[in-house]
Design a protein around this ligand. Sequence first.
Ligand code: NAP
Length: 288
Amino acid sequence: MITGATQLLGVIGHPVEHSLSPIMHNAAIAQLGVNYVYLPFPIEPDQLETAIAGFSAIGLRGFNITLPHKQAIIPLLTEVSEAAQAVGAVNTVWRTDAGWSGCNTDVTGFLAPLKSMDRDWSQTIVLVLGNGGAARAVVAGCSQLGCAAIWVVGRNQAKLEAFQQSWLASPLQPKLSVHLWDTLSERIPQAGLIVNTTPIGMHPHIDASPLGPSLLAQMQPAAIAYDLIYTPNPTQFLRQADAQGAIPIDGLEMLVRQGAAALEIWLQRSAPVDIMRRSLKQQLGLDS
Ligand code: NAP
């Protein structure tokens, strides 16, 4: 129930109508029985600064950021975590006495299923398919894991070079190299973790896969196949990798865990991860 003492959380974006965050966070808030509500705030790019000043004025406790504000928010914050600076994007902001602090829980969310595997990652070569925004969170995460090498594979040489350049001043100093898509056949057999950060295979193109059968057949038997896509669930890539004996991880877990990490920052208590996951599955029609 919303009362005079209800505290505000939310997500800003443009558009924001399709965000799953209100579903997931309000399910968690109901489960915890705390007096908060999580709202969607559609904010035009040229209204960002005004909106943040308004959030300060009304005492909003914290918010998530989705496209197109993930980079533009950075100059409006008083503090930005090292990982978020390295990624160049903030997705979670909270109030402090000094102003607004920001971090990137996509990195935390990406890492959560990998950390639960309790492995030594120092010998693992990571193959990242794609060089867009999500690939940046993956590179930061794999760098934090201490992976032996991170190979980013893309289809556009100029974009790949720009991607590599952008990490030169990063405090994370990832062991990063960039490669064109047509080098995959020599790289796949060496990779212990393959992450799809492209939209290939995303609904409605559910029969597409970033790797064809002959490339998939070259995967190490115990490799981890991680797809950031969460609908369909599992993707064709994960189905095929699973059939090859690889360990599949889907994007729903990253989505849930980035939300849980944000809620834990705002509420300073453990998030009900199972409830958050269930609410998303229900919303996406993934109940089994
Ligand atoms: P993005 O910035 O647009 O990057 C997409 C990347 O995929 C680009 O490097 C693009 O290459 C590449 N790509 C697109 N189509 C391709 C094709 N046909 N062949 C080869 N490469 C192709 O998008 P993003 O924000 O990184 O998101 C990527 C995916 O991750 C989306 O499916 C998104 O839903 C998912 N995601 C999931 C989560 C989660 O919580 N699970 C979080 C973030 C993102 P070019 O640069 O050459 O165009």
